[in-house]
Write a protein that binds this ligand. Structure first.
Ligand code: R5P
Length: 288
């Protein structure tokens, strides 16, 4: 077995290879002056089972993944397991208005045609870990919330887990079990792509260490509003963990509102202190 990655997940790919105790494949990836990507695989993959780890927050990352998958197949890889820790376009999994592209399906259909199996981590439209069928495509969704919860377990004196919206309540419940505390949720109303209004539920948070867990932080609007509400209710500290730290408006504006901010290495950020490598390696080991 050989693990490969594109440039968006190189550090994570190396860690996955270490956990699996297999080699990390050599590639040469460049960008031509006109923006096109040049891809070359330098390792011998003929007859090998290959694991490709590549998050796709940008269109360029996606093209890099597709070039790599097709190339490995051309070079005679025996099997290709595609791991997309963070998959872009996963928020458009439904047609919210008539005539819209089903972007998640389009992207997954192409990836599926080049892969023997597909893995992702807390994909936006799945509620739990496990194998899902989405539009006829099988996806193994790895759940990183327990690992994030463990990160906070020993650190906080009087923890309470807060889901920033009702949709994340199940995850908050599981995290609270792991940390050994109670949980609650806030009511969120999305005004636009960048603006959310959070209304407080009755949360008895006074003097406690709030742990806000979310699948992703994009603009930061949701956690910033949640943090403000919880402070107003007397929280002692605000601790935030997310699986996918996109931070499309920068990390600093979120950092200054909270006491601790951590994300996984699905995207390589300065606060990626929780690695997905053990979870991904465990999942791959279970491949038949
Ligand atoms: C929403 O359903 C998600 O769980 C996140 O809360 C949301 O995507 C975060 O976005 P933002 O950081 O832009 O508020």
């Amino acid at each position: 077995m050989i693990v490969f990655s594109g440039r968006s997940s190189e550090k994570l790919g190396v860690k996955v290879a270490e956990k699996l105790r297999v080699g990390f494949g050599k590639t040469k990836i460049n960008v031509f002056p006109d923006g096109e990507i040049y891809m070359r695989v330098l390792s011998d993959v003929s007859g090998e089972e290959c694991v490709v780890v590549q998050s796709t927050p940008t269109n360029e990352d996606l093209i890099e993944l597709l070039l790599l998958l097709d190339l490995l197949s051309d070079l005679g890889a025996q099997k290709i397991h595609t791991v997309i820790p963070y998959m872009g376009y996963s928020r458009q999994d439904k047609r919210f208005s008539e005539g819209e592209a089903l972007s998640a399906k389009t992207i997954l259909k192409i990836i599926d045609s080049m892969s023997d199996s597909i893995y992702s981590v807390n994909m936006h439209f799945f509620d739990h870990g496990g194998v899902y069928d989405y539009q006829g495509i099988s996806i193994n969704n790895i759940d990183a919330f327990p690992t994030l919860a463990c990160h906070f377990k020993e650190k906080l004196k009087k923890p309470v887990v807060i889901a920033p919206d009702k949709g994340s309540l199940e995850c908050a419940k599981k995290a609270a079990e792991i940390i050994g505390c109670d949980f609650d949720f806030l009511k969120k109303k999305r005004i636009s792509g960048e603006e959310v209004v959070i209304e407080a539920k009755h949360v008895d948070i006074h003097g406690r260490d709030a742990v806000i867990l979310d699948d992703m932080i994009s603009t930061g609007g949701t956690v910033i509003e949640a943090a403000k509400i919880l402070r107003k209710h007397g929280a002692r500290t605000i601790n935030v963990g997310c699986v996918h730290g996109l931070f499309s408006k920068g990390i600093d504006k979120v950092k200054k509102e909270v006491d601790e901010l951590v994300c996984t290495d699905s995207l390589d950020k300065e606060i990626s202190r929780v690695s997905l490598a053990p979870l991904i390696a465990e999942a791959i080991k279970k491949e038949p």
